[in-house]
Design a binder for this molecule. Structure first.
Ligand code: FAD
Length: 469
């Protein structure tokens, strides 16, 4: 028996259901990865993530070769080319069965359907859930629908965890003698991701260190961007170098138990993993989320601004609001942004500048090393008031008080805005009067909008929807 594993966003050998199942019963196993550069570009994904992906394919090739499994890179332009490419490759390298873990976004699902139709079950195809603790579609309300808000979803998710636990698979046994790994290098624009260590072991180490040092005070420390209080695991989770089951296992190993309710040690971090699952389950239940559509259909009628100058100022960190500007410059320089800051800049783009969440979503995707459709779309729609969120639309973050609360001494701001280096802490969140008085030649822009007025305008935009309905 010859089994083929098709790797996609599951670049790991441990806890990989498709790989694990392909390797039982002593089959001869080989592996492929199909790169679609044009598709990558049309999904607007970042050059730093492409570099991270390329490095991880090389690392995966090395891991698999230790197990006697050869990883071949196939290259086509778009998903629509995949069925023929795969069929042609299989004609030269016949296999009895094809194993893969499911991907959730609509283009990927359509690609898989087309492959299925083209191959006509030769080889037989076996698909698994490799990136959620519980299979999307398996957690529903009593009437069988997907939850539309987080809290009841999380209750059901936790009940399921209590009832069934989670399943963690070991790496498969070696299938043959070790091979020499192939050199794998992706084409296309890349920006160095070397700041992030590469490979499953590096991810596992980061996970263990985080659980040992930060799991206990995560609930508090996670909100302060100047503090390394979060795990920094999102780039690994986004490419599937790490699985959510491995995160649960690490929590359990650290605490000796899995926290199941608010207030229990470690629960705050577990809760973020449930948010990740929520957005993935939503994406499967509501395919329109992959198609640029608002989760709340009535909000499609919002009259977003078309001000390209304001958008450029936001992208470049030149809005005159220090916490927003520091966050955006950090994103531009590193490809990563702290969650609190993502919420602040997303609220600012949509509720202060009145620009569409789609513009922010696309810009994030083009910069982030952890860019991932479900969480990115979910986060943007949450912030814009168009998404799966129980909070009222008139929740508008005040960028100045957010800065005061979460970067009180301005440490993060000073790290990214050198022009504010000398501003005393007392003025760091509204530095203009001080700058005008003490450094009249300063280059820091005046606030691009008046927050109070902008907030009222945002609320009026939503009120207008009610009037029109
Ligand atoms: P931790 O706080 O250590 O959390 C652990 C893991 O849980 C994260 O790695 C991530 O996989 C998951 N997670 C945490 N918070 C969330 C959340 N709110 N929603 C979904 N999953 C979460 N996350 C991405 O992985 N990719 C994105 O493209 C992305 N875009 C976002 C856009 C906006 C506007 C917002 C508000 C949030 C976005 N997030 C995204 C969610 C979150 O900001 C990041 O997952 C988090 O900052 C990553 O840092 P960490 O690994 O240190 O997280």
């Amino acid at each position: 028996m010859r089994h083929l594993v098709w790797f996609r966003s599951d670049l790991r050998v441990a806890d990989n259901p498709a790989l694990f199942e392909a390797c039982v019963n002593g089959a001869t196993v080989s592996a492929i990865y199909i790169d679609c550069l044009e598709q990558w570009q049309s999904h607007g994904r970042s050059a730093i993530q492409r570099d991270f992906l390329s490095r991880h394919l090389q690392a995966l090739s090395a891991e698999l070769s230790q197990l006697g499994i050869d990883l071949t890179l196939l290259e086509v332009a778009r998903f629509s080319d995949v069925p023929q490419c795969l069929a042609a490759w299989l004609a030269k390298h016949p296999h009895d069965a094809l194993y893969a873990n499911r991907e959730i976004a609509i283009d990927e699902r359509r690609r898989d359907k087309a492959v299925q139709a083209h191959l006509k079950n030769t080889p037989s195809i076996h698909v698994f859930n490799g990136d959620c603790v519980f299979n999307p579609g398996s957690l529903t309300t009593q009437s069988g629908d997907m939850y539309k808000v987080f809290t009841p979803f999380s209750k059901t998710w936790l009940a399921q965890l209590r009832a069934s636990g989670f399943r963690l698979l070991p790496p498969p046994n070696a299938q043959a003698k070790p091979l020499t790994p192939r050199d794998i290098e992706l084409k296309g624009e890349r920006v160095s991701s070397n700041h992030w260590p590469c490979g499953e072991r590096a991810a596992a180490q980061r996970l263990a260190q985080f659980c040992e040092s930060h799991l206990y005070d995560y609930g508090h420390a996670r909100d302060y961007p100047a503090v390394a209080g979060t795990s920094g695991l999102s780039p690994y989770l986004a490419l599937g170098v790490l699985s959510p089951n491995q995160c649960l296992a690490a929590i359990e190993q650290q605490l000796g138990f899995l926290p199941m309710s608010r207030g229990e040690q470690g629960f705050a971090w577990l809760n973020e993993l449930i948010w990740r699952e929520f957005y993935r389950h939503l994406m499967v239940a509501f395919p329109q989320l992959s198609m640029n559509r608002a989760f709340k259909p009535d909000t499609e009628g919002l009259q977003w601004s078309q001000d390209s100058g304001a958008f450029q100022a936001w992208c470049q960190g030149q809005t005159g609001y220090p916490i927003v500007d520091a966050a955006m410059r950090c994103l531009n320089a590193t490809g990563w942004m702290h969650n609190r800051l993502r919420m602040i800049v997303a609220s600012f783009l949509t509720k202060d500048l009145h620009l569409s969440w789609r513009q922010g979503e696309d810009y994030f995707m083009s910069c982030l090393i952890d860019g991932e459709l479900a969480a990115n779309n979910g986060g943007w729609q949450w912030a814009a008031g168009t998404g799966a969120d129980a909070a009222p639309y008139f929740r508008v973050f005040n960028p100045t008080t957010q800065g005061e609360r979460f970067d009180g001494k301005g440490e993060f701001i000073r790290q990214w805005l050198p022009e504010l280096a000398d501003v005393p802490t007392k003025y760091i969140h509204s530095p203009h009067d001080w700058l005008n008085q003490h450094q009249p030649a300063h280059q820091y822009p005046a606030p691009i909008v008046d927050h109070k007025r902008a907030r009222l305008h945002a609320i009026a935009m939503f009120d207008a929807l009610k009037d029109n309905s």
